[in-house]
Design a binder for this molecule. Structure first.
Ligand SMILES: Nc1ncnc2c1ncn2[C@@H]1O[C@H](COP(=O)(O)OP(=O)(O)OP(=O)(O)O)[C@@H](O)[C@H]1O
Ligand SMILES: [Mg+2]
Length: 512
């Protein structure tokens, strides 16, 4: 496929610029034409006016938007791409990447438009993107659009992950329009407004390295170091090699990220190098899934026929992806052994991070010799019957909290297992171990890391079906639960429960 197709003819965007009070600084756009193409979002047909589908007040506050943004028709137009935002300098950035382990060349960004960067309330830079804002010079055969269902999924998952403490891009809102968009069937258009410190991906680096544009590669690496990893300039790290230090820092953040994913039971689904954030954020909520039953081999992406991105493989895929980044940075690092050492930070760090996450899930603050074996036994127990992952951890937390009050909730846990002997053996072992911990502290930790609510596919699907009927209350309701996933939320027992039978028929593919 050609690198850059003809520049699309955009509808003229001559609406008056919308004022927001945001302080724009737009630094990525200043890198120049090799990195991005300036262009306005493509307006949607006037006979299909936009509407709000979902809004995050928390992200609005983070950006420093006035509270009435949620009712502003001007902002609604701007965030659908139908009017410019005063101060923004929209660009489409170019990147390449490996998809399913195969070099795919230039493939992005065909549908996300970087509106620019604003200074947040705390003075840090935040980039704002519209995903699904129309064709760009990098769209290849795509239409530049995103559909309602995938946009709702991205919006809710971003905020759910943030609330669970998982590093992620955020989402301010989803807007929709009845403009038709062709996928397997005719669907309708939607736009997600995303926010992150940076949307730079491994694929941005691979892009310039693959074309042997080493000057551009260096400028990009320097930009990322100066902005996000200034500590890499310290002369004593990695023999004073700032690019190796950068690779090590990214490896470390990626290790932290993957440990979070595994611990919350998150399957990304499309861990291509172009979906890997240089800041270690969860990026690109496509065919993702939160585990229902604990199945290490679970494949959430219906299009992933080989299971390359199965849940248990994710940590290894991340390591593979870091090698792709290392390959791209090698012309700057100029020393293969140094590059390998930097990537191996991941291998050292990931098990430690995972251990820390699981210790918290089990309520273990002290370190005892058999802890590793206990954790392995726990996961084996869950895998045996594919026990519901989220419900198990939550009921365990509730049982420990009850034990701290001198009560028991063991039966609710036991009910999750057919083989109750195996469960009872495990519980005795676990409870014996817990005697070495202050029980109330364990309970408090566990109730704060084992969520009662995760965005299961069926919950998202239910909100999507309502939204298709123009009822957006399900999106708002779900957001409210997911923003506080560790709270009880009385009245929402079903949302905290097992997936209904119909959920088994939900298939999530890459189509979005
Ligand atoms: N409908 C589309 N029109 C144009 N380009 C598209 C479309 N869908 C995907 N692409 C391009 O294909 C690339 C890879 O797709 P992928 O599904 O990984 O990402 P995405 O869902 O578009 O977005 P992101 O990674 O930004 O969250 C994207 O960078 C994008 O440029
Ligand atoms: Mg992507």
């Amino acid at each position: 496929m050609s690198a850059v197709l003809d520049t699309p003819a955009h509808a003229r965007n001559d609406a008056a610029p919308v004022q927001t009070g945001l302080r724009w600084i737009n630094r990525y756009a200043q890198l120049g034409a090799s990195y991005a193409t300036a262009l306005a979002p493509q307006t949607l047909p006037a006979d299909h006016p936009p509407y709000w589908v979902g809004q995050s007040r928390a992200v609005g506050d983070w950006l420093g938007l006035a509270p009435d943004w949620t009712t502003s028709s001007d902002l609604l137009a701007a965030l659908t791409g139908n009017a410019p935002l005063a101060g923004s300098a929209p660009v489409a950035t170019v990147y390449s990447g490996h998809q399913f382990g195969v070099w795919a060349g230039q493939l992005g960004d065909g549908r996300a438009l970087l509106l620019g960067e604003v200074l947040s309330e705390t003075g840090s830079g935040l980039e704002i993107q519209l995903k699904g804002a129309g064709r760009t010079p990098y769209s290849r055969m795509g239409d530049g659009r995103a559909v309602l269902r995938s946009s709702i999924r991205e919006f809710l998952a971003s905020e759910a992950m943030h609330a669970m403490g998982v590093p992620t891009t955020r989402a301010l809102c989803v807007t929709g329009s009845d403009a038709p968009v062709r996928r397997e069937t005719i669907e309708t258009a939607a736009v997600v407004t995303r926010v992150a410190s940076s949307f730079i991906r491994f694929g941005h680096f691979e892009h310039f390295a693959s074309r042997e544009q080493f000057d551009e590669l260096r400028v990009l690496a320097d930009y990322v170091i100066d902005r996000y990893y200034p500590e890499c300039r310290a002369t004593d790290v990695y023999q004073g090699n700032a690019y190796a230090a950068l690779l090590a820092a990214v490896s470390e953040r990626t290790a932290v990220l993957l440990a979070h994913w595994q611990a919350v039971g998150f399957c990304h689904g499309v861990m291509n190098t172009d979906n890997m954030s240089i800041l270690g954020l969860t990026l690109d909520y496509g065919p993702y899934q939160f585990l229902d039953g604990y199945d290490p081999g679970h494949i959430c992406n219906h299009s992933d026929t080989q299971g390359r991105y199965a849940y248990a493989r994710q940590p290894n895929v991340a390591y593979w992806n870091l090698h792709a980044l290392a390959q791209a940075l090698l012309p700057l690092i100029e020393d293969e052994r140094l590059a390998q050492a930097a990537v191996d930070v991941y291998r050292e760090r990931f098990p430690l991070e995972l251990d820390a996450r699981y210790r918290a899930k089990l309520g273990l603050a002290t370190h005892q010799p058999d802890d590793r074996a206990l954790l392995e036994a726990t996961l084996r127990l869950l895998a045996q019957e594919r026990t519901d992952y989220t419900i198990f951890w939550r009921r365990l937390s509730e049982h420990v909290a009850a034990s701290a009050r001198g009560e028991t909730r063991a039966q609710a846990l036991r009910d999750l297992f057919i083989d109750s002997t195996a469960f009872d053996d495990w519980l005795s072992r676990y409870e014996a171990r817990l005697t070495q911990e202050p029980l109330q502290d364990s309970a408090n930790t566990m109730l704060g890391v084992n969520p009662r609510f995760v965005l299961r596919n069926w919950l998202g699907e239910q909100a999507i079906r309502q939204a298709r009927d123009k009822d957006y209350s399900g999106v708002a309701r779900l957001l409210a639960l997911l923003e506080r996933p560790f709270d009880e939320h009385p009245g929402f027992e079903a949302e905290a429960g097992f997936p209904p039978d119909w959920a088994a028929s939900i298939e999530i593919s890459c189509s979005s």
